[in-house]
Design a protein around this ligand. Sequence first.
Ligand code: APR
Length: 255
Amino acid sequence: PTGRLTRARRLLEQAERVLVLTGAGISAESGVPTFRDPMTGLWAHRRPEELATPEAFAHDPRLVWEWYEWRRAQLRACAPNAAHHALAEWIAASPGGRRLYTQNVDGLHHRALEERDKPIPDGAHPRTLHGDLFGNRCSHCAWTERAREPLDTSSEHTLPRCPDCGGAVRPAVVWFGEALDTELLEQAMSDAQRADVCLVVGTSALVHPAASLPRIVDRSGGVIIEVNPQPTPLTAEAAVHIAGAAGAVLPELLM
Ligand code: APR
């Protein structure tokens, strides 16, 4: 592992442009459950693919909102971990050449940046490919808001409606079967084409198009560094795979 760490560090030092892609695994040490690892607790018997879809919301909005409210409550009790902090410092140190794209909707990258208590440089903000768990938006019009209070999910009639058009309010996240924001995705692909290194942390690399970003970096002449205790479909393509927990590896790798 030390040899791999050294190699990865050298690749990062030599790189002019780095694209970082994170997934649920980077927040595991903050206590946020991942999606595809065996889960315990209330929703263990539900697959995200059954709840995080437009069809599920149309069919049973109360059930979907209950799940999201449960996740919001869980997250309010979580804090960024050593991996989020190390990454926030590292990106803020050179925001021109380092871009952070995350599949996570938990807001922990953003909170780590804010907790530095220093001005956030332009370009250092995480780019949230799958949206924001604490955002609400209308399913019909462009209305959005920041979710502050827990919602009353006791019945379908207490669920929020859009103040502008009366449409059903939904979480501002990207569901299975939905398209990512076009502009953001185009930016991500163009950053991937230009990146010398793709640092991939804590993702099973199964959900596209996010999972294609490292492959674009690889095909465009860059290399992949992967941090994940488990192998993934990307591991065979990675120049370096560091099999460890993000909270232990990133502070070492990015110091
Ligand atoms: N450090 C690093 N990686 C970890 C850690 C850790 N401490 N703990 C677990 N992992 C790894 C797991 O080995 C796994 O490969 O994190 C990965 C988590 O994978 P998933 O649960 O599939 O999460 P992710 O890849 O982010 O899922 C992608 O799927 O449900 C959708 O939209 C949702 O953004 C999500 C997308």
